[in-house]
Structure formats: structure tokens, C-alpha cells
Design a protein around this ligand. Structure first.
Ligand code: GLU
Length: 493
């Protein structure tokens, strides 16, 4: 029997997501239980959105949780490179193979033509789909246009009728009609592959035997299956894991729930409790016990125990479980955990310079700077009463600043200031109009150290969380306001 090999293939385009950790955990458990290997591949073909910082954060966050991979961009391995941006030549070769075999074709259609086609199809209530125009180009013409350097993409052929049967380890055979599939672009004008091509080529070359991925990928499964057929490669086993959901059953989203693993780290959750909670997402132990270790999960792991009803990622439940773990730690482990979290000299060193000039005795440190060691804070609503602005304006300026900070990639004081500045300028206000609001939201008190320094030190996760909490405290944002303010936000430079 072949050695089981599974993988997680995150795209490094933002904060490390709890959904990534959840899928990684199940892949890791499945591999370990079968004595196989679990590997990590970085899917960074979206050059505009992918960053090395995000990649590093994914590594750090997964490792913090206790997820380990035996091959990957940072640990190497026999099937590298493990970063798709370094595998360009490989994808070119395989795209050419598909073109040569007649399974894919060069498409020269301009975006104007494609837009027009889409508009016509939408108008006629048809599913927008490429109409295959370039598929019938004569070989000579294609050659000429390529030689002339005309921009083009490579698309795959897909059948127009019949159904594709997707064998899912959880659902059994799932039938998806071919007419729902577009002639997928495999290689873009810039010569870079799309997810579909790169994913199939890499899973094959990296010897992946089982693919456990999120169910949001199920609708596009036929395209992947067809690519395996075109190449004549053996299909890996497929398993589409249920999506994590907010308590209201909608897809887990950062509007309703913090989704970054780093948030949970900064809030002071225990990694082993977090991993335990992720293991409870759609899966249960044979004896239904709630608290279990990673080793216990691996020992009892069985995909048959995955249930398809959308698992709910609920902060209260997670906190309860975390409390169970906390209470069972030895005092020494409790202290070691707290030190690792924030009671350590690296963190204190960042805070001390801002505190030293403001205290007369050491005993004043905690009242002044306790908020550095908190998750949320509880400001008095009266702190958001403004001399100049109405409550609506206060909510608006805070929400716009929050959005701006959500998009901020490099979390440094100057950049944070620039975000706030951009918003106040757009609203024809002054920095000093917004700062007392920031102050109250972040420190939760009427006076303390400089709030910009505090925001830099507590970091993006807690800053955004506290701003969100403050906005909720003073009334939240209605759906209508959300829409209107979004427009306003998009106009901010
Ligand atoms: N890069 C994809 C993602 O970010 C991978 C999906 C898959 O597992 O195939 O989710």
C-alpha cells in the first residue's frame, strides 16, 4: 500500500485563518493515524495579494497550535520547491502538455469581449460561461498570433453535457452537471498558473494520496478531476470538510467572529485548548468527551465520525473549554503559559518606556498599564461623548478607522497614525477629534500612556477587537449605515 500523504495548501494573503488550522489539523490527524506524512505547500500564485509576512504568520500560527509538517518551504523535503511561485517552469511544461494533447487551448479574447459575453448571458438568464470561440482557431493562426506576442490565456476544455461524479469520502458520490463548469483558465496572461492547474500538478508531483479540503471547493471539483484524467494521473481520495460557521449559521467571517489565529493567541487562549476545540468542529471522540489531547485525537481519529451539519465556531464554548484546560494545568505550567503569553521581558520592555515617566511608584504601574495585559477592555460609554461630534458621527469615524486598520499590513505607529489621519481628513476633522475616541476604546480608561504607542504594542488583533467592541458599546452599525459608510470608505485615499 502507498504511504498516506496529506497536505495543507494555504494562500498567504492575509491573517492566518482558523479555517486553515482546522483543515490542517484534520489532514495531520489523518496522515499520522495511517503512519503517513503531512506536508505544507504555499499557494502564492496570486502575486498581488500574497506576501512573505503572511506566509511567516501562517507558519508561526500553526506551530503555536502544535501543528507540524514534515515537508514545506521552511523545512525543505524531496518534492520541493514547496512554494508555487518558485515552480513556474513546472506549470509551463504541464500546460504545454495539455495544449499539445488537445485538452487545453490558447484564448486571445479581450476582456471587453468577455465582459460583453457575460452581460449578454446574464441578461438571457444563462450561467456566464466562455463560449469556446478560440477553441476553433486553426493551428496556424494560433501559432502566428503567439509568435506576434498577442496576449492570451490557456483554457481547459470541459464537456458541455452530462454529469461529473465526485467521489467524496464523506458524502459518497456527488453528481455535478458539466454545464455548470466554465472552460477554466489554467494559465493567465502573465504566464502564471491558476489555482486549478497548480493545485493538481503539485498534488500529483508531491505524491498526495488524500486531499481533505473545505467544502467551499466542492462545486469546482469536476475541473480538478478532469485535469487528472487529461494528464492520465491517479486521482487522490477526496474529502470535503464541513465549513466552520458563526453562531447564526452563516459562514465564519471576521465581521462576526475573530478569524485570525493570532487573535486567539493574543487573547491568551491555550494552544492545546484551541486545537482541542478545532478538533471538535464536526468531529467527536467515540466516547463523546469534549476535552482531549492531540495524541488522543490521532489515536481515535476516524473520518466516519465527521458529521456534515455545519460546525459552529463559538467563542463562548471555546472559552469554556479553555477554562477546563487552564484549571488542570499545574501551577508551574500555568505560570510558564502566562509568561509566554505576555508576562515576559520582551513584552514588558516595550511597555516600560511609556510607563516610567508617568508613575511615582511601581504600585502605579498596574492601574496605569493593566490594559496591556487584557483582551477586551470595558470603557465607560460616557467616554465616547464628544464635544464636537454627534454619536452618529462618533460611530462613523470609529468604523472608518477600524476598516482602515483592518486593511493595514505593516503594523507600525507611523502607519497607524496615517490611517487615522486619512479618515479624519476625509471627514474634514482633525486628528485631535478622533484621538480621545481611540484612547477610550483601546485603553478603556480616561488617562494612560500614549494611545498610538499602545496600539502598536498590543498589535492589530487586539486593537481591532477593542475598536469593534467600542463601536458595539455605543450602538453598533446598522446594515444601511454599513452600506453608506463603505462607499465613503472606498473614497478615502
Ligand atoms: N490554496 C487553497 C486555499 O487557500 C487550497 C485549497 C485546497 O486545499 O485545494 O484554500
Amino acid at each position: 500500500m502507498k504511504t498516506v500523504r496529506t497536505r495543507i495548501a494555504p494562500s498567504p494573503t492575509g491573517d492566518p485563518h482558523v479555517g486553515t488550522a482546522y483543515i490542517a489539523l484534520f489532514n495531520m490527524c489523518f496522515a499520522r493515524q495511517h503512519g503517513g506524512e503531512f506536508i505544507l505547500r504555499i499557494e502564492d500564485t496570486d502575486q498581488l495579494r500574497s506576501t512573505r509576512e503572511s506566509e511567516q504568520q501562517i507558519f508561526d500560527a500553526l506551530r503555536w497550535l502544535g501543528i507540524e509538517w514534515s515537508e514545506g518551504p521552511d523545512v525543505g523535503g524531496p518534492h520541493g520547491p514547496y512554494r508555487q511561485s518558485e515552480r513556474g517552469e513546472i506549470y509551463k511544461k504541464y500546460t504545454q502538455e495539455l495544449v499539445d494533447k488537445g485538452h487545453a487551448f490558447h484564448c486571445f479574447c479581450t476582456s471587453e469581449r468577455l465582459d460583453k459575453l457575460r452581460a449578454e448571458q446574464t441578461e438571457a438568464k444563462q450561467t456566464p460561461r466562455y463560449d469556446g470561440l478560440c477553441r476553433s482557431l486553426a493551428a496556424d493562426e494560433v501559432k502566428q498570433r503567439l509568435a506576434a506576442g498577442e496576449p492570451n490565456v490557456v483554457r481547459m476544455n470541459v464537456p458541455t453535457e452530462g454529469v461529473c461524479v465526485v467521489p467524496d469520502m464523506l458524502r459518497g458520490d456527488v453528481e455535478i452537471p458539466w454545464d455548470r463548469m466554465d472552460m477554466q483558465v489554467l494559465m493567465k496572461t502573465d504566464g502564471l498558473p491558476t489555482y486549478f492547474l497548480a493545485n493538481v500538478v503539485d498534488d500529483h508531483l508531491m505524491g498526495i494520496t488524500h486531499v481533505l479540503r473545505g467544502e467551499e471547493w466542492l462545486p469546482s471539483a469536476p475541473k480538478l478531476i478532469l485535469l487528472y484524467e487529461y494528464f492520465g494521473w491517479e486521482q487522490p481520495e477526496l474529502c470535503y470538510m464541513p465549513l466552520l460557521r458563526n453562531p447564526d449559521k452563516s459562514k465564519l467571517s471576521k465581521r462576526k467572529n475573530p478569524t485570525s489565529i493570532t487573535f486567539y493567541e493574543r487573547m491568551g487562549y491555550l494552544p492545546q485548548a484551541m486545537l482541542n476545540y478545532l478538533g471538535r468542529m464536526g468531529w467527536s471522540m467515540p466516547d463523546e468527551r469534549e476535552k482531549f489531547t492531540l495524541d488522543e485525537m490521532i489515536e481515535h481519529f476516524d473520518l466516519k465520525r465527521v458529521s456534515l451539519g455545519g460546525p459552529i465556531f463559538d467563542l463562548e464554548k471555546l472559552s469554556w473549554l479553555n477554562g477546563q484546560w487552564m484549571r488542570e494545568l499545574s501551577v508551574d505550567d500555568f505560570i510558564a503559559g502566562a509568561q509566554k503569553w505576555a508576562f515576559n521581558s520582551d513584552y514588558v520592555k516595550q511597555i516600560a518606556p511609556h510607563v516610567q515617566g508617568r508613575v511615582e511608584t511601581f504600585s502605579q504601574i498596574a492601574p496605569l498599564a493593566g490594559f496591556f495585559f487584557a483582551g477586551g477592555v470595558s470603557p465607560d460609554a460616557a467616554l465616547f461623548e464628544h464635544k464636537k461630534l454627534s454619536t452618529d458621527q462618533v460611530r462613523q469615524v470609529m468604523q472608518l478607522i477600524l476598516w482602515k486598520l483592518e486593511a493595514l499590513r505593516h503594523w507600525q505607529k507611523d502607519n497607524i497614525t496615517a490611517c487615522i489621519q486619512a479618515v479624519v481628513e476625509h471627514l474634514e476633522l482633525k486628528l485631535r477629534d478622533a484621538m480621545p475616541l481611540m484612547f477610550a476604546a483601546i485603553t478603556g480608561q480616561a488617562s494612560s500612556v500614549s494611545v498610538l504607542d499602545a496600539m502598536e504594542i498590543i498589535g492589530p488583533d487586539l486593537t481591532r477587537f477593542r475598536l469593534r467592541q467600542a463601536i458595539e458599546l455605543i450602538g453598533g452599525v446598522s446594515k444601511k449605515e454599513n452600506k453608506e459608510w463603505e462607499k465613503l470608505f472606498n473614497a478615502i485615499k
